[in-house]
Design a protein around this ligand. Structure first.
Ligand code: ZN
Length: 658
């Protein structure tokens, strides 16, 4: 493990303990092999002045919701040190009471709650305390001879057996150190959990952590195999979409299915002993809230309906029956991680962030498992211990709101064409705000950057190129596991040519972009939408369909064409649960089609001011791209679950349409 201490960087924080605490915490947080996603915690002891001007001793300890990688000073709430340490003397302390007591000891009750390990940090006498869940030490403690190995490797550390984190762990450490000088030890090794180091000097506490971890890493590289089989994968996207659907149905809401088909993920999934080594449990218990106790193993070409997922759910119910007790409610039974034989691993979750956490844990887990096997076998903690942690309220609290049902499109995947500007862009934003994972297609070269900035995926795509459409749709499924919402919005508008003088080029191009591309896109997305969750197709038509004007024949015909296409699609797809609806906007002026000049010209033609022209409808209301976008997002939602084949005007009311 590389020691990243840098004298020059550190000199900036000399004399400021909290700033120094932030600095070395971030050094630890930057190493995935030390802490992953909010794992680990650190603290520093110091003083603070209360309202009466009195100096009191406090513990600045990592607050919940902060990640060591990005932590800042406000991420270390101050709690009264002596009172916090004294809690360890109690014989027992319920989770609820501990949480309440810790909150009552905070100097600023508005700050984030202190770590569940706060009491442990408080009872360690040294000023700086560093705690990680390092892969290397965890791997060794998961060995059948783990305790012997660690005792041999760490004669200068206190080694303690696994117990539940929180008060029970604090109590265990309290009993172990109350009558000794902890300074004689370089660290505390917690079996199946991690490492604590401590010192009055920030650098020494950090150096000790790196040194202890390096020892375990050295042991592993000397005796074990650390490079594991790699293979190229080949993904069947329809199978992936089927898997995603099966998991979403068990979960009761849409889930993303993010495939990792990197060579080492595929190599792991091809191992002959996969079923035996991958289902023993998590490498460290606190992964259970992210990945469940075990992954689901899915065959390379799963049978219709992917029976593995139902089997997982029923096994999970049995696991709950075996370990649960009165008053405990079973959590959802859907897997969070799939090992797909010969194809890689799949992270399931309601957002790309959630999936990213699962994928990172999966990557570390397969390394630890395979490396552990090469060192004489690996074993996880007993099921009962994992269960207790999974159902521990303080662990579940870490998931916070992110695990709730949340927004209407949470977990859904949406595809929008014409996404760079106007109604398309606004629709991407509306769907994204409603929780969907959004992919926007546009011919504009900056689409990727523009949508990327907003946390969406933008793909440059020429919709008149069939192969490009197919490739884009496949990329969506390969990236997120499926598709639920398709918004066909891209269109061009050229006016001023009457039929007798209509150029073939204008006609052909309008038909190609507005009509044919829509049909091609539907052809490409329908197979995946049939496997989607509450799937919905939305087409952006135009008021011109029912109230055409002279000089825009190609445009009007193309919009009439897609309206008819939508009606046929609604009939064909209803049996598969796919809804197809059309919105007919008019007079949406904040789009790329309307320049200021074009607006002035049109207003003049009607003898109106621009403002009058913009509200030239029955309701006298200006219509924005965002209004159309909100309508589209709502029509894709549950609110419209019983509506298909509908045409909804959004034009402020037109006497020619009504
Ligand atoms: Zn820990």
């Amino acid at each position: 493990m590389k020691n990243s201490w840098n004298d020059e960087d550190a000199s900036e924080f000399a004399g400021d303990d909290l700033a120094m605490r932030v600095y070395t915490s971030r050094l630890l947080g930057a190493e995935e092999d030390l802490v992953l996603h909010g794992g680990g915690n650190t603290s520093v002891k110091g003083t603070a002045t209360d309202l009466f001007g009195e100096e009191i001793e406090v513990l600045f300890v990592k607050g919940s919701g902060w990640d060591l990688k990005t932590i800042e000073a406000p991420g270390f709430p101050a709690i009264r040190l002596a009172e916090t340490a004294r809690l360890a003397q109690l014989d027992s302390l319920s989770d609820a009471e501990m949480t309440r007591q810790l909150r009552s000891l905070m100097l600023d009750p508005g700050a984030p709650s202190p770590s569940v390990e706060a009491i442990l940090h408080a009872i360690i006498p040294q000023k700086f305390v560093d705690h990680t869940h390092t892969d290397a030490v965890v791997t060794l403690s998961n060995n059948p001879a783990g305790e012997d190995i660690l005792r041999e490797l760490y004669p200068d550390c206190l080694i303690l057996p696994y117990v539940m984190p929180g008060f029970i762990l604090s109590k265990q450490v309290y009993e172990a150190i109350r009558d000794i000088d902890l300074g004689q030890y370089k660290g505390i090794i917690l079996m199946h959990h991690g490492v604590f180091t401590f010192h009055d000097d920030a650098r020494t506490a950090y150096d000790d952590m790196i040194e202890l971890v390096t020892r375990a890493e050295q042991y592993i590289t000397d005796r074990g195999v650390t490079e594991h089989p790699t293979e190229a994968g080949a993904t069947d996207l329809m199978d992936l979409a089927r898997i995603r659907r099966a998991v979403s149905l068990v979960r009761g809401r849409a889930q993303l299915a993010v495939l990792d088909d990197s060579p080492d993920a595929v190599g792991y999934s091809r191992r002959e002993d996969l079923d035996a080594i991958a289902t023993r449990g998590p490498i460290t218990p606190d992964h259970v809230i992210r990945t469940k106790r075990i992954p689901v193993i899915i065959e390379g070409s799963p049978a219709e309906g992917v029976p593995e997922i139902e089997q997982f759910a029923s096994d999970y119910r049995a696991y709950f029956e075996r370990n649960g007790h009165d008053g405990l409610h079973i959590l959802d039974q859907a897997p969070r991680l799939g090992l797909w034989r010969g194809r890689g691993s799949i992270a399931f979750g309601g957002s790309t962030k959630e999936c990213g956490i699962v994928a990172d844990i999966a990557r570390h887990t397969r390394w630890c498992v395979q490396t552990g096997e090469s060192l004489g076998g690996w074993e996880a903690l007993p099921e009962k211990d994992i269960f207790e942690l999974e159902y521990w309220v303080l662990e579940q609290a870490k998931l916070g709101k992110s695990s709730g049902p949340g927004k209407p499109h949470q977990g859904k995947v949406a595809l929008v064409t014409g996404a760079y500007s106007g109604i398309g862009r606004a629709t991407c934003e509306a769907l994204h705000a409603d929780g969907a994972t959004v992919v926007g297609l546009d011919i504009h070269a900056d689409t990727g950057a523009a949508l990327g900035e907003q946390g969406m995926l933008g793909l440059v795509c020429d919709l008149t190129d069939d192969a490009a459409i197919q490739a884009a749709v496949e990329q969506v499924v390969a990236t997120y596991g499926g598709l639920d919402i398709a918004v066909c919005n891209a269109g061009i508008f050229q006016s001023g040519e009457r039929i007798e003088e209509h150029s073939a080029a204008t006609w052909d191009q309008t038909m190609a972009v507005n009509l044919t591309a829509t049909q091609r896109l539907l052809t490409a997305v329908i197979p995946y939408l049939k496997l989607g969750i509450e799937p919905s197709i939305l087409l952006v038509g135009s008021r011109n369909y029912s109230a055409p004007g002279p000089g825009a024949a190609a445009y009007s015909v193309s919009k009439a064409g897609i309206t008819q296409l939508a009606r046929v699609a609604a009939l064909e797809l209803a049996g598969d649960g796919v809804r197809v609806n059309v919105v007919h906007p008019d007079a949406v002026f904040d789009t790329a089609l309307w320049t200021e000049q074009a607006l002035e010209n049109s207003a003049r033609r009607y003898g109106m001011s621009v403002d009058e022209y913009k509200t030239k409808n029955l309701l006298r209301r200006e219509i924005h791209a965002s209004d159309v976008a909100r309508l589209l997002s709502t029509m894709a939602s549950d609110t419209f679950r019983a509506t298909t084949g509908a045409q909804v005007p959004i034009d402020g009311g037109s006497d020619r349409v009504i």
